[in-house]
Design a protein around this ligand. Structure first.
Ligand code: FMN
Length: 182
């Protein structure tokens, strides 16, 4: 697929077909994440791939996903972590979060290209997830994403979220762009 098409068709997927993700596709999207640019090329990210469906359900029932309970039925959940000590800080911007976000978006776009669905998830319970997944105290969880083949039809929850958030809408280019000065 052309990159412009991948960018156009990407959307958050919150309901998945009952089918796993092939190992080579998993490796492909993780490799896309690996190739991202980063602060001083320090590559502060690491990823935990959860493909144990019981563990995913246990994390959901123990409150790790907070209200994102739909994650319970995802075949794979990927947890992205950043090491603040392996990145920079400038004008109060912690760049570990920027580094991980860029890397995650590489993963998301590579997944879209393969026909796989993802969804950025920023609401989760970090202490519960860190304890359950043995994530070192020095790391921060930046985001999660499910990974899987989208279900044929969106579920009730997914449709409601999209309606409430107006997920298809974007601000106009003229609204977000300034040339030469604000
Ligand atoms: C930083 C960030 C955090 C998000 N957190 C959540 C979340 O916790 N749960 C959820 O269902 N969607 C979450 N989303 C997805 C957004 O709701 C979604 O990207 C937005 O509505 C636009 O829809 P689209 O991704 O389908 O284009 C998050 C997105 C971003 C970028």
């Amino acid at each position: 697929m052309e990159l412009s098409e991948v960018i156009q068709i990407r959307k958050s997927v919150r309901r998945f077909a009952d089918r796993g993700v092939e190992r080579e596709k998993l490796d492909h999207v993780l490799d896309a994440a690996r190739l991202a640019p980063s602060w001083k090329n320090w590559q502060c990210w690491s990823y935990i791939v959860i493909d144990d469906r019981k563990l995913i359900r246990d994390l959901a029932s123990s409150g790790g996903f907070v209200r994102n309970l739909w994650l319970r039925d995802a075949p794979v959940v990927i947890v992205s972590c950043g090491d603040p000590k392996a990145s920079g800080d400038r004008y109060d911007i912690p760049y570990y979060a920027v580094d991980v976000a860029i890397s995650m978006e590489h993963l998301v776009l590579a997944a879209t290209d393969l026909g796989l669905g993802t969804c950025w998830v920023g609401i989760f319970d970090e202490p519960i997830l860190k304890a359950a997944l043995d994530i070192p105290d020095t790391l921060k969880i930046v985001a999660l994403t499910p990974l899987g083949y989208p279900a044929d039809k969106a579920g009730f929850y997914e449709k409601s979220v999209k309606t409430v958030l107006g997920s298809q809408k974007r601000r106009q280019l003229a609204e977000i762009t300034h040339f030469n000065k604000w």
